[in-house]
Write a protein that binds this ligand. Structure first.
Ligand SMILES: *[C@@H]1O[C@H](CO)[C@@H](O)[C@H](O)[C@H]1NC(C)=O
Ligand SMILES: *[C@@H]1O[C@H](CO)[C@@H](O)[C@H](O)[C@H]1NC(C)=O
Ligand SMILES: *[C@@H]1O[C@H](CO)[C@@H](O)[C@H](O)[C@H]1NC(C)=O
Ligand SMILES: *[C@@H]1O[C@H](CO)[C@@H](O)[C@H](O)[C@H]1NC(C)=O
Ligand SMILES: *[C@@H]1O[C@H](CO)[C@@H](O)[C@H](O)[C@H]1NC(C)=O
Length: 290
């Protein structure tokens, strides 16, 4: 979402903190750190990282680049425990609790979001209205071949905030936090967990509600075959992929330190530039630096 770890740290410093309209944020520490103070080039020295191979995915090019990154990280003075599997990995991979929480939250939050707008020209007030609006304006909103059935919206509309939702939320905390990320950090005495951004990387962090930071790891070679758009193009020549660091609650400062040290040692982003029209010309400091 940002071009560099430094940019991401600057943005995070501004957007972090307690929000009176979002009581999930009340759990945050009262003082937001200046995350730009985490940008230390030798930030991986003496750090212990674990590699949960069961979540790394199956792409050979990505795994080869990931393996090479582990050697770079060791070269920067970190200890890498490989493998360091989540004790509950099979349960996390089999669980559907995330979908229940996601579908239910989406319906509730879309309604909350719309109700907070000053003006809604379409007159929609919630997800049911939105689905109906899309059907009434199908020529503009439901464009073939991909976006015609609204199946994910309909699945979300079908949910209620009920006992099953709260059970799924509790299961996610147990799977992602207690027996997941925290359990793994403790079992292997780790500071953070390392994964490539393919595979089931964001899953444990998402169900735990814990931080994760991703930096450029590599690019698919020119001789891979591009897959059909379905609607996402899963693979193509030059497709970038990342290296993710995840940790416990409120470990953002440390994760930024690790990600920055790796980024500065590799500068992978610069190894394959975007086509000229896609290269941004406005820097963050042009907007907020003053
Ligand atoms: C969070 O906000 C919701 C909606 O405003 C409210 O129903 C709920 O009681 C609040 N929870 C806490 C812990 O403040
Ligand atoms: C990556 O490293 C693991 C663990 O050392 C090894 O089992 C695997 O064969 C390696 N894979 C590739 C593609 O290099
Ligand atoms: C939620 O997770 C628990 C714990 O692993 C599991 O027993 C349960 O089957 C899961 N529920 C769903 C709907 O996947
Ligand atoms: C809606 O939920 C019910 C019960 O929870 C289920 O039987 C039905 O298949 C769901 N329908 C859709 C469209 O998801
Ligand atoms: C793609 O190129 C690499 C060298 O860059 C080579 O090792 C690999 O075998 C090639 N793969 C295919 C499918 O041609």
């Amino acid at each position: 979402m940002a071009r560099s770890v430094a940019d991401a740290a600057a943005i995070l410093t501004i957007i972090s903190g307690r929000d009176p309209l979002d009581n999930f944020t009340f759990a945050q520490p009262p003082v937001v750190p200046d995350f730009s103070k985490a940008l230390k080039p030798n930030g991986l020295k003496g750090v212990r990282l674990g590699v949960p191979r069961l979540f790394q995915g199956s792409d050979k090019n990505i795994i080869a680049a990931f393996n090479a990154s582990i050697e770079i990280i060791r070269g920067l003075g970190a200890t890498v425990v490989d493998p360091a599997e989540f004790p509950d990995a099979e349960e996390i991979l089999a669980s559907n609790n995330e979908t229940i929480v996601l579908d239910t939250d989406f319906k509730v939050d879309v309604k909350n979001y719309i109700s907070g707008l000053l003006k809604v020209p379409t007159g929609v007030t919630d997800l049911a209205d939105l689905i109906a609006f899309n059907i009434a304006h199908a020529d503009e909103e439901l464009i073939p071949p991909f976006y015609t059935d609204q199946s994910e919206f309909i699945e979300s509309e079908n949910t209620t905030v009920d006992a099953a939702y709260f059970a799924a939320l509790a299961a996610d905390k147990d799977l992602g936090q207690t027996r997941g990320i925290d359990g793994t950090l403790k079992k292997f005495n780790l500071d953070a967990i390392l994964l490539p951004s393919d595979g089931f990387t964001t899953g444990p962090a998402a169900i735990a509600g814990y931080p994760i930071v991703t930096v450029p790891l590599g690019f698919q070679p020119d001789n891979v075959t591009a897959t059909a758009a379905n609607p996402v193009i899963e693979n193509a020549p030059g497709l970038p992929f990342g290296l993710a660091f995840m940790g416990t609650a409120f470990s953002e400062f440390d994760l930024i330190t690790y990600a920055f040290a790796y980024e500065q040692a590799t500068h992978t982003r610069l190894k394959r530039l975007a086509f000229p029209a896609a290269i941004p010309k406005t820097q963050l400091q042009d907007v907020i630096g003053k």
